[in-house]
Design a protein. Structure first.
Lengths: 418, 418, 418, 418
């Protein structure tokens, strides 16, 4: 008799296939689950394999549109970034997948969920905190943290032996000396030879973005229109013909294609995992690099200075840290998320950009509805609506503390220095 | 009889020459002052001109080394940046110049200082707050905010007429349709045709940095060594021969040359002036772009995660905002400055980089002295010194709040969504 | 012919009566305006006086309910406080008054507004920033900053002479050696003998709150119910009979009366004005002291820890600073205000308190709807739903950085000390 | 043969005596350790008991002076406070004790340390993170998280049975229905009947501070002198005679005695443990309440406004959260600690206070060395060194954004409201 139904996040790779077989051996019934978040994947083959191993059912959920609208665009609105440079392609996908997996678990009557994440990474945390918030009574089976499992499968040979014994087909393609995670926002590379942070990644590692050196010699121009901080239109030229896309997923994919073919969006960093280990990662984050840059630029034109400063100091880093740490479904993240909308009401306008061999070059920006920028007012040559004498007063008030500080230093026999 | 000595910041340009003549006419004695902060300038011609107009003396102070050591390197240490992208080349030079001008004023017995800044910009504030802190009893003469002056010289024609009347030589070179400010950290372009934020700057505006499209087709590699966050060695290859520089100014200038010739460091933004106006600026900030990027990368390897987060959320934006707003000589800036050193004790190591047509590509990083990164520990394949079971406990504790949140939502009949 | 209509904020005191007369003399038509924000005031006498001097009309707007609902309760929700202790009774009233004055100005067809604030205080800024945001084309007449006015009325004698000449009645009550500002949230005392910060205020200065030494010897108990952080019910006992109030203004006034008669809410501070001067103020802030204390206590029971921390570090101080500085009608304040609601959804419950000679003592708190506190779970004696082994894992993950830090110190020959 | 030496933090109570016996039974040699941090304790009896049970040695370290100088005074300097009201008396003592215990462990050649903390509290974390940083190779034995131990001793009866079997004397005093932790900064009460957060603590629970209702009817005045934010002199009157104390420990103890006898420093809260549980605690925090209040008041007079704001928003809450969470010996705490000194250079002066039945009333404050407060300058009646016209300019610059905001709202057909 079954110990109950488990919904397993099944990538179709060796590890999760072994886990599937092991869960069956342990007496569970298994529903194999996969989320389509835009990764390159043979879903049919994965289904066939899961069923062959013994899964009761295979469910693949297409999350691509939700991913763009509910997570990626808010991330663009808030200029999300972790440790200065990582746009969090992996972290952003996790809540979408966790939500879809719990939905499947509930629909299929599973009391537990399972995944193949290792015990040292961020993803186990991101998934499981999501699971517990979405379904507080769920049981999580994390084989790579269960001594019964990880002591039995201590090396790759143990996995292969078990696969052979269970008749699980093993892909014969030589495995790459690093691991990857892909979705429509990015691909990551880590582990293996990348663990030496001074080793330059080999040219053939990079998969999605054209090497800047190989990118076209002719720049490509485009324009992105934002409404309340969300990209709603992207126009460019292809084969001499003007193109325009406006559906959320289309805009995102067009941004992705344009950035990829022009070498935009590769990074290589050593980052801090939530779990207090540092790790080296390389990422190809084409669409977010382009959209974030355009969004930041437009904000210069249309976002109030103080709102921007408050948002930059507080909302952006907090949002980013919580997202990275897997706190998407938490009171604090909901609190932070509620601040995005109010910060973006005026972020309406268009940015024109040029892409060239890895560069995102701003050509100009404009807004038909917002009034914060006024060339006449800013002009050094104009005195309209503004008396230079006002500035004297402004400085005089600021100078009160400056003078006192200088006097205090003098009184104490100290000197202000550079 | 003289109304007293005034120390005038004299760029040698039309405006300050007129101001010099006008101060003399007003009955002051004038000491002309210029700071060499690395700008392209004919100091001899400026001296000759100032003396010809009637300055008692001309003093040029070489601030280049102090500028690098006391201001630019701390800015690198703290990853200073304003509104996401502007590295504040202009703002960083102001305290150095203000300090030098007050030193000259005190040495020469001047009771007042004067400058040619307009009444709508940031620089007047930066200079004057510095003046008042450094010499609380100083009198500041700001002609462009004095109705007597600005009403008399309401247009360029008034200036030219006055110059003719006073015999002040006017350079016949056609004036550019924008204004610039240059020093060894950067050059800025603003005003004129740039006041339309949707106008793309003409190709021939850019002066210091090679257009990425015209930069060499062959990448150039270099390595930068940091000690306590300060770049202390830069190695690269020139004409096939290895080069190494270690003196502060040399390292900075080598970084500048390498970045400039490879198209690194151009930006175009709409920024928020302290004075609550938005303004459009284009900047070529070659050396800071390169050094900042390398510094940020090294921090990934050697800086504690929590120190970094605290520094990033608090010190960097506060330092940057205060610097931009001209608060260098203030209690709050001294307070923030005191945090840079303690954040950088572990920032020791080397970053290897590649420059290519506007791209700064990280090739690798290493440290001989710091221990935060440990490939074995981070490796997903190793369990050394770390039990995956620990992570279960870590997640369980984090999950307490996650479950409660899910339960609370359920109890209130609400649903967690993306 | 009139130069146009001016709406003057007329307190009925000497200064504003003089200003009224002066505005008439300058050729304006004047609408006298007063806001009832709960201050002790003879509105009829003020009206009579204004009309006698020559005002076209006198308009008094009752703002008491709006003040409580729209400003004071949000301030309670966000635990507003300036410089650790000042609950900002004056600042909180300003937007209410500014809004009412602009409404009157618009209704009465006034092109300008005027006030009697001095040139060194916060209030001029608070009023005027409100005026400009609410009616960007308004003209503001601030006589105490207009040399024509302040040079003419350089001392009290000048004011009295002018009053005599114009037939303006002057109250013969000996003026107090300090100035005050009162509304239903508080009364302030400043200037005069209080300008020496080491002078203890005389016992007879304090007006609203019973001296703790004179307060009843018997404590008084009460209970306050909050919904979404807003006090919605207050119960207490009076003359042996249970009392219950639930209307916003009633709850506020009951809290005020209870706190006042039990000596709760006096403070004495040196604070920083927006205008960069320090100033000494004494305040009686009875109702806000009591409500804030109860609200903070309830949050301990029902507010998520991380939401609280984020709100405390960011929202509360930013809200308070902006409110103090008069930025109520600004993009950044609207942004911050939008964060209050989302932080308070769970702040539902009751706090029981005891008032005794200046003390606010918490007796207990409870919530029927929120689940964050669970005595069984917290109990050291219970292991329900929680394995102590989990904590070992939690500590192990935290210890990764601790050990590395200890090792790094050892490796560098340094020692960790207290 | 011994499994090695363990240094056990031995309070002399039932739990740690059982642990001592159990460690011996497990084959360890035990050095019993106790820190004197000012708690009421019979150290001799504890020693006798430990030796009787079988400890090799008993070491009591007097930490009282270090506690005051190295931890409590920095906490006063930084105005440390957790969740608005808890002054963290327990948390502050932990690093002092951990440091002393590791010192003893190293001196006595112990490879391990042990403690009797439960698995749900904060203290286990505070101690252990300290242990690991101070001695990264230390082994920590935490019996209450070890299933072998906690399953054996599942109830109080098991402990008593074991005590009887091992001949461990058990105090016959009826145990209180709550637990306490005491040191010279405070005493805490939690658990037992206090677990119901709506239960008012019984009058006889409170031990150190006189009930405000029972405190003297006559106020008591005192004065505290601070140097760089540290209290260095306290003067008061006792039995009609002036008293003055200046040694760090003496000042602290005098503050403690004065506050205790006047009913100052009791609180009752529900707080958030690091471990994500809420818990109810009552605290008597007499000396820190008094010293913090005086320190905050003096800062109003002598601390620059912007330094204060930065410190308040960033340093104080971060310091407090890290301290509460046990991160004292960590890179981030060292970073934050380095900011205290630079914030306190000007905090020099005297505060005069009155204590009365639970109230701390400020009588006045003064400084002989600092110049930030200038009564003439602040005076509304004086125009010295300050032109009211300057304020007009200051407001005009601030009003630029206010007007734009009002205009933008109008243009969009929206209205600014309260």
């Amino acid at each position: 008799m079954s110990k109950g139904k488990v919904c397993l996040a099944d990538s179709g790779g060796l590890d999760t296939s072994i886990i599937l077989a092991w869960l069956l051996e342990e007496g569970y019934e298994v529903v194999a689950f996969m989320a389509d978040v835009g990764q390159e994947e043979d879903f049919e083959a994965a289904e066939k394999k899961a069923i062959a191993i013994g899964a009761t059912k295979y469910v693949c959920v297409d999350c691509r549109e939700d991913f763009v609208k509910d997570v990626l665009y808010p991330a663009v609105q808030v200029n999300a970034v972790y440790e200065d440079i990582y746009l969090m392609g992996t972290a952003l996908a996790r809540p979408v997948i966790a939500k879809a997996q719990i939905d499947v678990a509930e629909k299929e009557g599973c009391f537990a969920v399972s995944h193949g994440c290792t015990g040292k990474g961020n993803d186990q945390i991101r998934f499981e905190l999501g699971f517990y918030a979405l379904k507080p009574d769920v049981k999580v089976i994390a084989p790579w943290r269960d001594p019964v499992f990880f002591e039995r499968f201590a090396g790759r040979k143990d996995l292969l032996d078990y696969a052979a014994a269970k008749g699980i087909p093993v892909t014969q393609t030589k495995s790459k000396p690093w691991s990857t995670d892909e979705n429509q926002a990015h691909i990551s590379y880590e582990a293996g030879i990348l663990e030496d942070p001074d080793t330059t990644p080999p040219k053939d590692m990079w998969k999605l973005i054209t090497d800047p050196e190989d990118a076209p010699d002719t720049p490509e121009d485009l324009a992105i229109v934002f409404e309340k901080g969300v990209p709603v239109k992207l126009t460019y030229t292809e084969a001499g013909a003007p193109k325009e896309v406006t559906k959320p997923l289309d805009v995102f994919m067009a941004a992705s294609n344009l950035a990829r073919r022009n070498g935009v969006g590769r990074i290589d960093i050593v980052e801090d995992r939530y779990i207090n280990l540092k790790s080296r990662g390389c990422y190809e984050q084409a669409p977010l690099t382009l959209l974030r840059r355009a969004h930041v630029d437009l904000e210069g034109l249309v976002l109030d200075k103080e709102v921007r400063y408050l948002r930059d100091q507080f909302v952006t880093p907090t949002y980013s840290r919580l997202m990275y740490n897997g706190a998407y479904f938490s009171p604090e993240f909901d609190f932070i998320k509620s601040m995005i909308g109010p910060s973006q009401t005026s972020v309406n306008g268009q940015v024109r950009l040029r892409l060239y061999k890895g560069n995102v070059i701003i050509l100009g920006r404009s807004s038909e509805t917002e009034n914060l920028y006024d060339p006449t007012e800013s002009s050094m040559d104009e005195l309209t609506g503004f008396s230079p004498v006002d500035t004297s007063g402004f400085i005089a008030i600021q100078a009160i503390r400056a003078k006192k500080y200088g006097e205090a230093k003098k009184a104490k026999g100290e000197k202000l220095t550079l």
